[in-house]
Design a protein around this ligand. Structure first.
Ligand code: FNR
Length: 184
């Protein structure tokens, strides 16, 4: 069955390794899955004073997440947690009260970092945050992906060493969406 997946990259950098990784990862999916990257760099800082009058960029992001069958969050780890830009979009899309876009949304989290523990701590925080919002997150397998030479090839594909694991991970995510999106 064809699906649409909203992809949120937690980094705003034009050089983001997580964006490159996300672009390579989605190439492992079958052709009937459409991936839509959600731009989060143009969102204002969340302020509940604006809840009744959300910015056009906020409405766009909420609509993109709402329309998707699933959400894939690909995040770096900044100072042992998630980047502020990612927390910002989570806060925006959780409001106004009673219109929480994350509730019952099916999703998964992944991310990469050159560090030894990769993005494990950021992912743990993110799991707690999104679970509290009611997001139906894939519970495992974890993918704390270390960004080493060859993870993403010059052609922008996933390198040979990580290919099998990440293919399995993505297949499980798409199956998770298939099973749970209908119930959500
Ligand atoms: C980092 N980096 C980092 N890496 C890590 O594994 N754990 C961490 O806590 C941090 N902390 C951190 C803070 C800040 C402010 C920056 C800018 C970077 C390094 C980080 O993994 C590396 O810069 C990646 O390139 C970030 O991913 P993107 O933004 O390129 O996708």
């Amino acid at each position: 069955m064809s699906k649409t997946i909203a992809v949120i990259v937690g980094s705003l950098s034009v050089k983001s390794i997580n964006r490159r990784f996300a672009q390579a990862l989605i190439k492992l999916a079958p052709a009937d899955v459409a991936f839509e990257f959600v731009e989060i760099g143009d969102l204002p800082l969340y302020n509940y004073d604006d809840d009744a009058n959300q910015a056009a960029s906020v409405k766009r992001v909420k609509a993109q997440i709402q329309a998707a069958d699933g959400v894939l969050v690909v995040t770096p780890e900044y100072n042992r947690s998630i980047p502020a830009a990612l927390k910002n979009v989570i806060d925006h899309a959780s409001r106004p009260y009673g219109d929480n876009t994350w509730n019952n949304k099916v999703g998964a989290i992944i991310g990469t970092s050159p560090g030894g523990v990769a993005t494990a701590l950021a992912q743990n925080h993110l799991r707690a945050i999104l679970s509290a919002q009611g997001t139906i997150l894939m519970q495992g397998p974890d993918a704390f992906v270390q960004f080493t030479e060859g993870l993403v090839t010059e052609q922008g594909t996933i390198g040979e060493k990580s290919h099998a694991y990440l293919q399995g991970w993505l297949n499980k995510f798409l199956a998770w969406v298939e099973t749970n999106a209908a119930k959500a």
